[in-house]
Ligand binder design. Sequence first.
Ligand code: 3H9
Length: 693
Amino acid sequence: MGTPVTIRHDGEIAIVEIDNPPVNAVGQAVRQGLWDAVATLDADPQIEAVLLTCAGRTFIAGADIREFDGGALEPWLPEVVERIHAARKPWTAVLFGTVLGGGLETALGCHYRIAHPDTKLGLPEVSLGLVPGAGGTQRVPRISGAAAAVKLVTTGAPICTEEAERMGLIDRIVTDLPADALHFARDTAAKPVPRLDPGPAQTDLTSEDWEELREDVTRKARGQISPVRGFDTVRKAFETDLAEGMKLERQAFMDLKASAQSQALRHAFFAERAVAKPAALDGVTPREVASLAIIGGGLMGSGIATAALTSGLPVTVVEQSEEAAAGARDRIAGNLASAVKRGKMTEDQRDATLARLTTATGYEAVAEADMVIEAVFEDTDVKRAVFDALATHARGDAILATNTSYIDPTSFTGAVPNPDRIMGLHFFSPAHIMRLVEVVRTPDTAAEVLAAGFALAKRMRKVAVLSGICDGFIGNRILGAYGRMAGYLLEDGASPAQIDGAMKAFGMPMGPFEMFDMAGLQIGYSNRKREAATRPADQRYSRIPDLIVEDGALGQKTGRGYYAYDDGSRVARPSPETDAIIACEREARGIAPRSFSDEEIVAMLHAVQVNEAAAILEEGIAERPLDIDVVKMMGYGYPRWRGGPMQEADARGTDTVLATMRGIAEADPGSWTVSPLLARLGADGTPFSTLDK
Ligand code: 3H9
C-alpha cells in the first residue's frame, strides 16, 4: 500500500492530503507521513503556505484506536502536532465531517483552521476512558479558556461550527471548498506565522470555582475516572507552561490507556459496531422494507411507531377502537413534541413526520405493508389471535415480527403460511429512546428477513443484536438470574438498600430492587404464578416478592414496594411494613440473617449473570460474548466503563468468576448449575474475549 499522506501543489500553496479510509484515523503511517511532510515543505522554496486536508467523508476522526492495545509507535502524535506548529510555513487545517480527538488536536497544531458549516468537532477521548493525548487538554484552554476546555474534555460531546468559532477553535466557516481554502491559504502566506503562547493559560476562576467544577465533573462521571483526570489535566494548563502541561497530559493518557476502564470502553466501542455484523448474516442482502404496520398503539407500539416515522418510514398503527387509535396518535404526537422540545427536530420536521402516520381499526389496513410488527399485550393467546389475523390480512410475502420480550414466537405463529418471514424484534421501552433491539430468529426465519430487522434498526439509529429463542432471549434471561440471586441475598440477610447501594457503587444506574419497584411488581408476580408448574422442584423459591405484592405493595405506582415512596415521588425510603414482611419470612423459613460485604454482593450478582450468559453462548442463543455485553450495556444500564458482564468477567479473571459461581452452586445445587463453558474457560483463566470472532 502507498503512503496515506500525499503532497500536491497549487502554485505557491501545498496541499497535504491524508487518505486513510474509513475515517482518516491518525495511525502510525499517517503520523510518519505528516512528520515527513513538514520537513519537505519547510525545505521547499516554492511553497508559501500549506493546506492540510483529507480525502473521503471526514477530516481525521481521531487517533487509530486499534493501535492502543500495543505500545506507542513512533513518531508519537503530540510530537507530530508540535512539529506542524513549529513549521516555518503557515499550515491551515481544512475541516469537514467529524473532527474528533487526535483529529482536532492535529488541527490545533496547525496555525489556522477553517471549517465547512456541517462539521462536528470534539474531544471524545473520555468516552474511551482516556484524556486527549496530543495537546487537547493544553491547547484548548489556551485558545478557548477554562469553561470551554472543561466542557470539551470532560463531556466528550461534539460541538457545531458556530460554537467552535465562538470558542476561537476555528478561524472561518467556509462553504466553497476547495476554492475558499486556497484563497484563505494565500492570505496567510503574507502574514507572520502565529504561534500559541507557551505560558500558562489565563483564567478568572478562583480555587473555590475549580473545586466546585471538579465536584460536578466527579458526580456526573459516576465512577468513571477519565473525566476527572481530564479535568485535572486541563487545570494544569492554568498552572504550568505548555511544555510541562504536555508532559502531564502524556502521563495521564498513558496511565489511562493501560487502565481496565479504558480497555472496557474500547471494547464497548468495537463491540457496538461488531454486533451489526453477525456471522449468520455475512453477505446477506436484507429484504426491502419501505412501509410498516404496527399492531397495537400502546406505550410500546407508539414508541416503535415514533422511531419508524422519525426514520422516514410511512407507518400504519392498527388499534381495536377509534378511541384507542386516537390515543395512539396522541402518544406518538407527544413523543414527537418532546423531540422538538429537546431540539432533536424542528416543528416543520415534526409535522412532516406525523403526516406519515395512518391510524386504523381493522386488519385490512396492513394489506400493503412490507413489514408488520405486533406490539400487543404480552400474552400467548392475545398474540396468537393477532398472528391468525395477519395470516389472512398481511401480504403473503410481508415480514411479520413480534415484539414479545419473553415468549417463544413459534408458540403463537403456527397459522402463518411461509414462517421463514417471521422473527422477533424485541424493542426496549421507551422504544423511541432506547437504542437496543434484539432480533430473534426462529428455526425457520430466512437470513434476508433477519437482515431486514438489522437494516430497520440501523435506519432507526438503533443497535440490533441477534438472539436465538429462549425464555427472555438474551437480556431478560440474564436479568432473571440476576433478580433470582438478588432475591436470595435479600432472604439470607442483605437489605434492599444494601444490595441496591452495592450495585450502584459498582456503576449500575439503579439497583435491582429500585428497578423492580419502578417497573411494578405485578408482572413478575403473574410470571411466577405462570411458571409455577414448570419450575424445578428443588429450585429455591423465595416467597418474599409474592408476600409483598399480596400485601398490596406493587411498587412505585402504589407508593410502596421494596421501598416506600411519598406521594408522586420516586425517592426510595425504607418501608417498615416491607422490612417486617422480610423479617417475618426469614423467621418462618428458619433463616438466620447473615451479613454480606458489598464486594460479595457484587461478585455474586455478577457471577450468576456470567454463568447464565455462558449457558446462552453454549446453546447458540448468542453468537459471541460481545453480543451479550452490548445487550446489557444498551438495554439494562450496565456501565460502559465496565464493558458489559463478559468484559468484566475477563477483567476479574474467569477463574475468579468460576470460583464464585462454584461457591454459589455448591451452597444451593438445586438452584444453580455451573455452566460447562464457564467451567472450561475458568479452569485456566481463559478470557471470554477469545470467543469474540
Ligand atoms: C484519540 O484521538 C487519542 C488522542 O487524543 C491522542 C493520541 C496520542 N480508530 O462508527 P462507524 C472505524 S482517541 C480506528 O461505523 P460512522 C470503526 O470501528 C480517538 N477505527 O462510522 C468502523 O470500523 P468497521 C478519538 C475507527 O460514520 C469504521 O471506522 N476519536 C476509528 O457511524 C466506521 O465507523 C474517536 O473516539 C478510530 N478512531 O461514525 C472517534 N473511528 O467498519 C471514534 C472509527 O470495521 N469514532 N473507526 O466496523 C467515531 O465516533 C465514529 O466512528 C465516527 C464515524 C463519528 C468517526
